[in-house]
Design a protein around this ligand. Structure first.
Ligand SMILES: [Zn+2]
Length: 412
């Protein structure tokens, strides 16, 4: 299976300048095409690629950008356009490709066959040289802070909000294991433990905000996975720093300093949260014994919440956006994506099923009642039932039962 390893790189000042120059030019080319297409130009990959020569005549500085990077711009745009056509055909929100903003780094994609790794350095070519004319920047020598994978297929160079550069190596993990066994006997690699798998085991999870994941398996055993706790502390810090900054004169020394601190703290919060989601998804996909993993479909959650609101359409829209923001901020969507690929990697079957009313319904008597977010315990109103249970556990049991009984789910 294809995996990706992201490694921080160290680059000289001149190398930084070259990277910034090239990404700026690539973005320029991309945006110019997006604008053309917006004005009704028809997209054709072949023709677009042929137009590079004319573009270089128009902007001779493009010659200082490594040619494969420029070629990659067309493929990237082609991808975006194909996605647009596909959504259009499926009747979804089409989402025309957008102009890339200047403050963000335009990711540079290098095909692997033109790259050279020497020990802990990688050489990233720039444009020009030989028959191609003069070189403005020499090839960039980047120092890798970790060992790269052995056989990689391509590399993406990116930058984070704080100005650190990274190389992401795409590689096939099957090719790696052979290598490790045969050629590097001395090299110590962390051994991945193998956990037993119950082939007929099923575990169903309710994903939420208070508890990241609450699960129940076919033996009636409950799992509780807590999730990222420090968001409140971080948000408070961030608000404080921002308010301090906003009292300063714009562009003053202190203003700039506080902006940097803000970025640093925000980054740390993001990292901690990502790390937590990675660990939780790894736990579910790798450590748990059940072979089938079931979760509710998050995209339906929005609709359920939207329906409950009664107000003006404008208010409803605002609420919906805010709901989405909450789930996004918590990273639940990212969490599902991590689960998808990790389950695939560790040979588990992930199913996503309709989760309508799983929170509202009593799992014992099927009675439905309103469950506002603050109610943490499900107390069934049906006198003959009287179930009292943690709301997330009840929801997990519902998802489990629906998976067993319901219509065939779409398995990934
Ligand atoms: Zn009940």
């Amino acid at each position: 299976m294809l995996l990706c390893k992201k490694i921080k790189i160290e680059v000289s000042d001149q190398g930084t300048e070259a990277l910034e120059f090239m990404q700026d030019k690539c973005r320029g080319l991309y945006n110019w095409w997006v604008m053309q297409l917006r004005n009704g130009e028809r997209w054709n990959l072949k023709r677009a690629k042929k137009s590079l020569r004319a573009s270089k005549q128009y902007d001779p500085e493009l010659r200082y950008v490594y040619g494969k990077l420029l070629a990659e711009v067309y493929f990237r745009l082609d991808n975006a356009m194909q996605g647009f056509f596909r959504r259009l055909e499926a009747g979804e929100k089409p989402g025309f490709p957008r102009v890339k903003p200047r403050h963000r780094f335009f990711t540079l994609c290098y095909p692997a066959m033109y790259l050279e790794v020497q020990g802990n350095s990688i050489i990233l070519p720039t444009g020009g040289g030989g028959n191609w004319g003069p070189k403005r920047y020499p090839n960039i020598v980047a120092h890798l802070t970790e060992d790269p994978p052995d056989h990689f297929q391509e590399i993406a160079v990116s930058r984070d909000a704080r100005g650190n550069y990274f190389c992401s190596f795409v590689y096939d993990d099957a090719e790696q294991h052979e290598q490790d066994g045969e050629h590097k006997p001395g090299k110590r690699r962390k051994k991945r433990k193998h956990y037993p798998i119950r082939e007929d085991g099923i575990v169903a999870f309710d994903l939420g905000i208070k508890t990241l994941a609450t699960g129940v398996n076919d033996q009636g055993h409950f799992y509780h996975i807590g999730g990222f706790k420090g968001y409140r502390w971080y948000n408070k810090q961030l608000d404080k720093i921002r308010s301090k900054r906003d009292k300063c004169k714009k562009k003053s020394r202190r203003y700039i300093h506080l902006s940097k601190v803000y970025k640093r703290v925000a980054e740390r919060k993001r990292r901690k949260q990502q790390d937590c989601l990675h660990k939780a998804s790894h736990l579910i996909a790798h450590r748990l014994a059940e072979r089938a993993v079931v979760i509710g479909d998050l995209s339906q959650r929005q609709m359920v919440m939207k329906k409950q609101e009664n107000g003006t359409p404008k208010e409803r829209k605002k609420r919906r956006i805010r709901n989405r923001m909450v789930y996004n901020d918590w990273g639940l969507y990212g969490f599902v994506q991590m689960l998808e690929y990790k389950c695939l990697r560790f040979g588990k079957a992930l199913s996503i099923i309709d989760e309508r009313d799983t929170t509202r319904m009593c799992h014992a008597c099927k009675h439905k009642q309103d469950m506002p977010l603050w109610k943490r315990t499900y107390r069934c109103e049906n006198e003959n039932c009287g179930l009292v249970m943690d709301r997330d556990e009840n929801s997990a049991v519902n998802i489990y039962q629906r998976f067993l009984a319901g219509p065939p789910p779409h398995t990934l």
